[in-house]
Design a protein around this ligand. Sequence first.
Ligand code: GLC
Length: 712
Amino acid sequence: MITRYRYGTPIETDAIPQKPAVCEEPVRHFAVHLPGEPVPEAAGPDRTVKNPSLADDGITAGKRADKLFFSYTMAKDDIVLGLGEQMGGINKRNFTYISRCMDNDRHTEDRTSLYSAHNFLIVDGARTFGVFFDYAGIISFDVGETDCDELVVTLDDPNADLYLIEGESPESVVLQFRALIGRSYIPPKWAFGYQQSRWGYRTEEDFRDIARRYRDARIPLDAIYMDIDYMDEYESFTVSPERFPHFDELVSDMRDQGVHLVPIIDAGIKVKPGYRVYEEGVAQNRFCKDEDGENFTCGVWPGHCHFVDVLDPDNRRWFGDQYQVLLDRGIDGFWNDMNEPSIFYTEQRLNEAYGMVDDLRGGELDLNTYFAMKDAFGSLSNNPADYRLFYHNVNGRKVRHDKVHNLYGYNLSRAAGEAFERLSPDKRVLLFSRSSMIGMHRVSGIWTGDNMAWWSHLKLSVCQMPNIQMCGFLYTGSDLGGFGSDTDEELMTRWLEFAAFVPLMRNHSSSQRAQELDCFKNVDAMRRIVELRYALIPYLYSEFVKAALAGDLYFKPLSFVWEDDARCRRIEDQLMVGESAMIAPVIEKNARGRYVYLPEPMRMVRFRGVDDYDVADLSAGDHWVDLELDELAIFIRPGHMVPMADPAQTTRDMDFGRLHILANVGAGETASYTLYDDDGYTRDIDEPEHFHAIAVENGRASCATKQVDLIG
Ligand code: GLC
């Protein structure tokens, strides 16, 4: 059951396509503290200023009575799920999370905000319910950090819709919520192949070289990413003529090899006379304005930039149309970046910092002046004060950016996603974004931004996946191997083993050490893991699309499947992938195996390669499982199966008509599986011919539409 409550007059977010009527009664479960009422004690200190580098001078501090608070007393054994890509574990208790889309490049344990605003959480325990705050502004979720029993949600601005979703289990809450917010984005099938990226490929030759190296090492590859250096002076929608004199030829040569080139698009539009997008944007009045009605200017990669006011539907369409220049050149995938939007500096903030230097120059710095000067420069980027300097046109109303901050990245990627439906009506286009909000999941995926080559970030990625998917973003992944700092062969191998199941399997980095897979000593192990990923694509793609169609999850916490098993509620390092397989990735340095908890008897298949595996039927309970560095295990549920195909160098070259069925079906037992499969780009996803029934009976597999045989 879903109930909608309204507070004040919220700004429309378009997160929910069809809204139920507003319920006039007071919200159930929560205590509400309206603006002007005393602040609840459990709210504790103002969490929105928890991280000093995000200090929001004036707007929050000292004005707490202007906010809207919701509080709920959690039972000792309640767990809290959701909140999308936020830091921490699957269970979000004992920390505070703030939805304030931020370009944060160090995801340390104390980070309260990352790039997205995923305002949906589930309380599961004494009572089970979900709550979604449909709200464009800054919001914090103190999930028992200040007072370990209290969940306190604080909205900076007292205008929001709240949806209360009641169900018997977290899974039923998620299913209802997902039905409410609409179907998740489905990328083309090639986006399930292995993808190589690095901030550092600069020239045509660099891209040809990467493709060549992967082919020489016989490691499957479907895409290579173009980071900002492909552009002309970091101008979005341009290609550097010096470094890419034969761009069209490059795109088509890569395409002939089955490799897609995926360029990055940045939010900031460089202020430069002669740059078409800038000129057109100025002439057509597309940019956000400052207080005086001038185009707002700030610094990002290219230097001075303007931001397109994508909250206006007309501008959204105009921005989306810009992708045409690259679609016309054969590009069919994009990643949208810096769209929180990230601000490196404004002239106002720079002048303050320069002023301080001028004042202090020549003198002796003491404790106060030293730190003041450091802070003046340290707080230049993404300074909350700068987000109050510009305005949007929201249905003819001038709205200051900070009130609608979390809508920006969402609408920028929405502009792209909606454009692709117009500009590429017959073919899906790959799209994922760094910043997002619920609603954007209908047109785009997300990646989790600038992580590090740290074991803790491998673990973080495992925990982020199900929570992100609960918020609707099924197509997601983290930079595998780690974006920042240097990876090593062991971490890379273990990360690859987990990423073999992650929808977006992209190796991306900016580190000193190269981390393309052929740079490591045991290239054979790397190849075998990627081959295994390709072999699993029939299952992974089928489970992904079925989850999108059903509004279900592709990655599930174990508690979603074994609701009555108390152990499962606390397991954060094992996940269900689709309906048949559980994974238990090794995420610890120097480990040569791990304990795995099986809620029911399962068949373990331990792979060293597609054709090199051993099978063991394990009883329910705890097991130590040996897993050498190049070994990866999946656990198949009783009565279930995993269809596989022969891998190839690209998804294009695979034969999806011929499948091998890995099953956990005993002698005399039968099982069935619905396989989803299509041409990989069609937009009419739910046509019945895409669904294929596979049966296993008497030790044989059968299917009317595919050639299948039983293995294992
Ligand atoms: C941002 C992105 C990262 C990209 C870099 C350069 O940090 O998160 O993925 O490589 O910008 O474009």
